[in-house]
Design a protein around this ligand. Structure first.
Ligand SMILES: *[C@@H]1O[C@H](CO)[C@@H](O)[C@H](O)[C@H]1NC(C)=O
Ligand SMILES: *[C@@H]1O[C@H](CO)[C@@H](O)[C@H](O)[C@H]1NC(C)=O
Ligand SMILES: *[C@@H]1O[C@H](CO)[C@@H](O)[C@H](O)[C@H]1NC(C)=O
Ligand SMILES: *[C@@H]1O[C@H](CO)[C@@H](O)[C@H](O)[C@H]1NC(C)=O
Length: 321
């Protein structure tokens, strides 16, 4: 059944040229501090958060109308919720009492699937305790991580006794529920995931890198999807000194990037920042350093100069009359 869905995926995401595999994963963090638990959870389709966790009702919060995929009336979603409740939240006393973990105590769980081209889905379920790997679930068995020591070995023995979990629940989750849910989310959210949002770009100067040098900064913001090309140019020549920062998320789900160039003060003339992005339809954005921002920019500067002159004249008149 899953193999029938793979061509659909190829049709949804033609080219598949992105270097990151398509993935859906859920992260859960439970902290026991000062005799009480705090639980946080989130669901991620690639780098996009699609779910959060309501700890008063122990249910998912669907951040988009399509965050249910097409599971809206199906048992899988309930299964997923009760899976988290029963296995990670409901048994928390096991961690603190049975193993006498100290207070404060932090438990992190990550589970999900990555779709690798040619290899199908690779799914995982991992637990970390106090920030180190503790145990992971593979091939219908819990395996202790070396960092987990003797406690992890005991814990795995205990968990592996629960055949209903290891051969039933967890196996179904990883081999069936997650792969189907990932495909369903990609399908339901395709309008959102395939949207094209044009970048805005502007220039500024950064802190001087040294005497007689300028740091030119090209800011590119508000674009989606993430792949973007930004380069400082002199005419058609790419400036190899261009330094790209990391691509950072904006709060609205779009992306931000800055590209800087360290240049001798005498050599700034003729430099421009060039931006290529899929939303621009081949019409690259080009911003010239030192060029007037726009007609409006000219008008504003003219008005500013006129105001400055008038103010100056005003002072002169007040002094001399
Ligand atoms: C711990 O909990 C107790 C009782 O609930 C409270 O009085 C105390 O202020 C808490 N301490 C800290 C550090 O939060
Ligand atoms: C969380 O659950 C509670 C109790 O069911 C509900 O009243 C509240 O609206 C939920 N919060 C969100 C953000 O969904
Ligand atoms: C999974 O377990 C089965 C039987 O327990 C074994 O035959 C198989 O080689 C294992 N696969 C991996 C990838 O460890
Ligand atoms: C859910 O979506 C998948 C992939 O788009 C589709 O193959 C499947 O039939 C759908 N299931 C339901 C119950 O609609």
């Amino acid at each position: 059944m899953l193999f029938l869905l793979l061509p659909l995926l190829a049709a949804l995401f033609p080219g598949g040229d992105s270097d990151e595999p398509v993935s859906f994963h859920v992260i859960q963090t439970s902290s026991f501090h000062n005799h009480s638990w705090v639980h946080m959870g989130s669901g991620w389709l690639g780098e996009l958060q699609t779910h959060s966790w309501n700890s008063s009702s122990d249910t998912f919060i669907y951040l988009y109308p399509w965050s249910r995929g097409n599971f809206s009336n199906r048992e899988e979603l309930m299964d997923l919720e009760s899976f988290f409740w029963e296995n990670f939240i409901g048994i928390q006393e096991v961690y603190t009492d049975y193993f006498m973990f100290e207070d404060p105590f932090d438990l992190q769980m990550a589970t999900g699937c990555e779709l690798h081209s040619g290899k199908g889905f690779l799914c995982f379920l991992q637990l970390a305790i106090q920030g180190s790997d503790f145990m992971s679930f593979q091939n219908e068995t819990w395996s202790p991580s070396p960092e987990g020591g003797i406690k992890a070995q005991e814990f795995c023995k205990l968990f592996n006794l629960d055949q209903g979990f290891v051969q039933g629940y967890a196996h179904t989750l990883l081999s069936d529920t997650f792969p189907h849910f990932t495909l369903a989310l990609l399908d339901a959210g395709k309008a959102h995931l395939q949207r094209q949002v044009k970048p805005e770009a502007w220039l500024s100067s950064g802190p001087s890198p040294g005497p007689g040098h300028l740091l030119l900064v090209c800011h590119v913001s508000g674009f989606y999807p993430k792949p973007v090309w930004v380069m400082w140019m002199r005419g058609e020549q790419e400036q190899q000194g261009t330094q790209r920062g990391d691509i950072l998320p904006n709060a609205d789900g779009t992306w931000y990037l800055r590209a800087t160039l360290d240049v001798a003060a005498g050599e700034v003339a003729g430099l421009a920042c060039r931006v290529k992005h899929s939303s621009l339809g081949g019409q690259d954005l080009v911003l010239h350093w030192g060029a007037p921002p726009s007609a409006l920019g000219w008008i504003l500067s003219a008005v500013t100069v006129a105001l400055a002159l008038l103010t100056g004249l005003g002072f002169w008149f007040r002094k001399h009359w």
